[in-house]
Design a protein around this ligand. Structure first.
Ligand code: TYM
Length: 348
């Protein structure tokens, strides 16, 4: 079994509303990667249930969100016939490999994960074991396909570093049996995070110091992919900024998180650099910049929201895409996991 050189894997949780951060930080990158790589995109439903039921919303809501994330993938331009789109729980190798990784990763490594600390909050004793072990499952998602590249937003960087540590430790711990099985350079690749572009960390519209997130109680903090034109315009109009006009160079955005966020969003939506945005809007007041941003956001996002709405009217068709994707994903993961079992010493 030769090492894939060009396989992309990434995932999105079906919890809450998909927002502009998910779109600009991840999904637009997923679309681009299709040109140069074989891509596997996963709706990570096993991850969704690691938090309290109140967060993921119960069985009906979970199923609905699974369709919705898939609809967003397709509406944004992911081609499920040339690449693979599926939901995680349909491919058992994710959970099985995660168990092995539970035995590879060290408690000390997981204790350092900032996302666990944020999500568990003050009442850590009451967090699920799944939430703590979440990064091991994420490593299994990627390595079950021996994926080499992982497009993600900035908040996933630490989890990707942990994935590399797990791959490395597995390769070291089982170096003998890996060599005996005919692999010269270790079994798992050390996957590369792809965290690039002007919107790797889109911030809340209400607080430039907090990440835009699905779980923020204020809907005004984020632009949801299915918001209509009026909602998008209203949220941008109400975005918290400061009274100064925009600077002419990016250096002038330091210490101005609200302004920097809107300029970053503009650049990402327009597909240009922040410098280019400021060469056009430097010196302009927000009363000029915000309507221009709202117009651009509506132009780019409305067709996606409309297509998502169209797709959501036929959930059976979405499910066909997911089932077909799961079969093709399984066909890749099954022989890889069989090798892992042999390497570990399980009878196969
Ligand atoms: P999730 O579902 O929280 O987010 C999906 C993707 O969106 C990115 N993202 C953002 N990017 C920019 N600005 C933001 N404000 C913002 N908020 C979210 C995330 O970085 C992510 O790329 N653990 C992952 C899901 C996952 C995964 C994987 C990803 C599970 N297994 C394997 C890659 C590979 C998560 O919770 O993403």
């Amino acid at each position: 079994m030769s090492q894939p050189v060009n396989r992309v894997f990434s995932g999105v949780q079906p919890t809450g509303n998909l927002h502009l951060g998910n779109y600009l930080g991840a999904i637009t990158r997923f679309v681009e990667m299709q040109r140069s790589h074989d891509c596997i995109y996963c709706v990570v439903d096993l991850h969704a249930i690691t938090q309290d039921r109140a967060v993921w919303g119960g069985p009906e809501r979970l199923a609905h969100s699974t369709y919705e994330v898939t609809a967003a993938f397709l509406a944004a331009g992911i081609d499920p016939t040339k690449h693979i789109v599926f939901n995680q729980s349909r491919v058992p190798e994710h959970a099985e490999l995660a168990w092995i990784f539970n035995c590879i990763a060290r408690l000390g490594w997981l204790n350092r994960m900032t996302q666990f600390k944020e999500k568990a909050g003050k009442d850590r004793e009451n967090a699920s074991v799944g939430l703590f072990a979440y990064p091991n499952l994420m490593a299994a998602d990627i390595l079950a396909y021996r994926a080499t590249h992982v497009p993600v937003g900035d908040d996933q960087k630490q989890h990707l570093e942990l994935t590399r540590d797990i791959a490395q430790k597995f390769n070291n711990d089982f170096a003998d049996s890996i060599r005996d099985a005919g692999y010269e350079d270790g079994f798992f690749p050390l996957p590369e995070p792809l965290i690039v572009g002007p919107a790797t960390r889109v911030m809340s519209l209400r607080d430039g110091a907090a990440k835009m997130s699905k779980s923020d109680p204020s809907d005004l903090s984020r632009i949801n992919l299915r918001d209509d034109a009026d909602q998008i315009a209203k949220k941008i109009r109400k975005a918290r900024t400061d009274p100064e006009p925009l600077p002419s160079e990016t250096a002038g955005l330091a210490e101005r998180p609200g302004a920097a966020n809107l300029v970053g969003i503009f650049a990402a939506l327009a597909g240009c650099s922040q410098d280019k945005v400021l060469s056009e809007f430097g010196g302009a007041q927000f009363s000029v910049f915000k309507p221009a941003l709202a117009e651009l956001a509506v132009e780019k996002l409305s067709p996606i929201g409309a297509e998502m709405n169209r797709l959501m009217a036929d959930k059976a068709a979405i499910d066909e895409v997911l089932k077909d994707g799961a079969e093709r994903a399984h066909a890749i993961a099954e022989p890889i996991y069989r090798e892992v079992r042999k390497i570990v010493g399980f009878l196969v």
